[in-house]
Design a protein around this ligand. Structure first.
Ligand code: DP6
Length: 423
């Protein structure tokens, strides 16, 4: 194989937000969790990873570029994913170009990988979930792997636990499994993205800083020291998962919101129960973040009570960014009015760059520009009219979205088809 051909595939994969959280591993290397988890996949039009993978006899070594910068592939998690997917590679033939790769050739051939997130990597929005899912999915297509999405999820899981849930759209469950080899620890789709189309998801991005404690080390410390984590994994999550599945099947927003908020709060209670305590919601160099989080939580609770039935659910991952799920378009429009009233942009930011994603919600809320935001009257259910300009960096409005797709348009590839290097 002395030729110079380059064969490549490009895929796009969504990110996901857990509504029943994964926190704690029973096996660190295989990434096996202590409990099941459930997530909603976010629309890849607003938050996704695009990855191009290429193979060529001319490549000297496996190489990867993330957002244009070369990164090392020597870490165990990348190596595990590459090894597992290579094991499953099959014969590939491109008759038109006269290229044939035998199954055994894959062991000798090297790969080039380029990956790009359409959202800030450090924004704490599960970029590793979309990233590893996209890597595994794109390689499976390039290597003509016959395994289905669930089986691929068990490989993506070895890159980052939450990544296994990004192999599907809609609502997804990561079944913890029982086997020591992890073969039954994989993701399944509960319902697709069309099942509960009413939902709107608004993310308040507060901090774009890397978190002080990574999820990986944070959950290790929780497993070692928190008795609440043991109780949660054994007693709480098994029941809650069944209830959450039921709420999703029945599109029962009241139960969904109750369970999602309770689970987010319990996950952060486990963080506080860890020794030393982990303050994800209280970024130590941003004291006002704690005030903002408590404010969002108590405000949503107050608003839900005043409406008689929940309009919005909140959930926080390992960082201060609030993920707010509104029951329908009307509730989402009311939510964005309230959010923009209390957290308006700084005077030098325009509305277009302050609310990213699905901007149709602004029209529903009657907000064309900053003048309309300034003219908003205080929401009736809250006594205070105090505003906090600049506390939120920006909002993203999105919906439940579809799973990974292969992009057939070569123009969208991140690697040059001649050289296999980043464009
Ligand atoms: C709080 O999947 O990032 O977002 O498996 O160590 O890579 P590793 O951790 P990661 O943890 C995510 C934790 C979470 C909850 C969740 O997504 O379920």
């Amino acid at each position: 194989m002395g030729e110079k051909w380059v064969l490549m595939k490009t895929a796009q994969t969504p990110t996901n937000i857990a509504v029943i959280k994964y926190w704690g591993k029973r096996d660190e290397t295989l990434i096996l969790p202590v409990n099941d988890s459930i997530s909603v996949t976010l629309d890849p039009a607003h938050l996704c990873t695009t990855t191009t993978v290429a193979v060529s006899p001319a490549f000297q070594q496996d190489r990867m570029w993330l957002n244009g910068k070369e990164i090392s592939l020597s870490g165990g998690r990348y190596q595990n994913c590459l090894r597992e997917i290579r094991k499953r590679a099959r014969e590939v033939e491109d008759k038109e170009r006269g290229i044939k790769i035998e199954k055994k050739d894959w062991e000798k051939l090297h790969l080039h990988i380029a990956s790009y997130n359409n959202f800030p990597t450090a924004a704490g929005l599960a970029s590793s979930a979309a990233g590893f899912a996209c890597l595994v999915f794109a390689l499976a297509k390039l290597m003509n792997v016959s395994e289905d999405e669930s089986q691929l999820s068990a490989i993506a899981r070895q890159g980052s636990g939450s990544a296994c849930r990004s192999l599907f759209g809609g609502f997804v469950k990561w079944i913890m499994g029982k086997e020591d080899d992890g073969s039954d620890s994989l993701a399944v789709q509960l319902v697709d993205e069309k099942h509960w189309e009413d939902l709107f998801i608004i993310i308040a991005v507060v901090s774009s800083r890397q978190k002080e404690t990574s999820s990986t080390s944070g959950m290790r410390e929780s497993v070692e020291t928190s008795s609440l984590l043991q109780h949660r994994a054994k007693e709480v999550v098994p029941k809650r998962t069944i209830q959450m599945e039921e709420a999703i099947q029945n599109r029962d927003f009241a139960s969904f919101a109750k369970l999602a908020c309770a689970d987010s709060n319990q996950f952060h209670a486990v963080c506080l129960d860890t020794l030393p305590p982990i303050f994800y919601m209280n970024d130590t160099s941003h004291r006002q973040v704690l005030v903002y989080i408590c404010w969002i939580i108590s405000y949503v609770e107050k608003w839900n009570r005043s409406e008689g039935t929940p309009q919005v659910a909140y959930t926080f991952d390992a960082g201060p960014n609030a993920v707010l799920i509104a029951r329908d378009r009307k509730a989402a429009a009311q939510l964005i009015q309230r959010l923009l009233f209390y957290f308006p942009p700084k005077s030098d930011t325009d509305l277009d760059s302050y609310l990213l994603g699905d901007k149709t919600i602004l029209k529903d809320a009657g907000l064309k520009g900053l003048k309309d935001v300034e003219a908003l009257s205080p929401p009736p259910e809250n006594g205070s009219a105090q505003k906090y300009p600049g506390d939120v960096s920006y909002f993203i409005c999105t919906r439940p979205g579809k799973g990974p797709i292969l992009l057939s348009n070569d123009k969208l590839a991140l690697l040059d088809p001649e050289t296999g290097l980043p464009k």
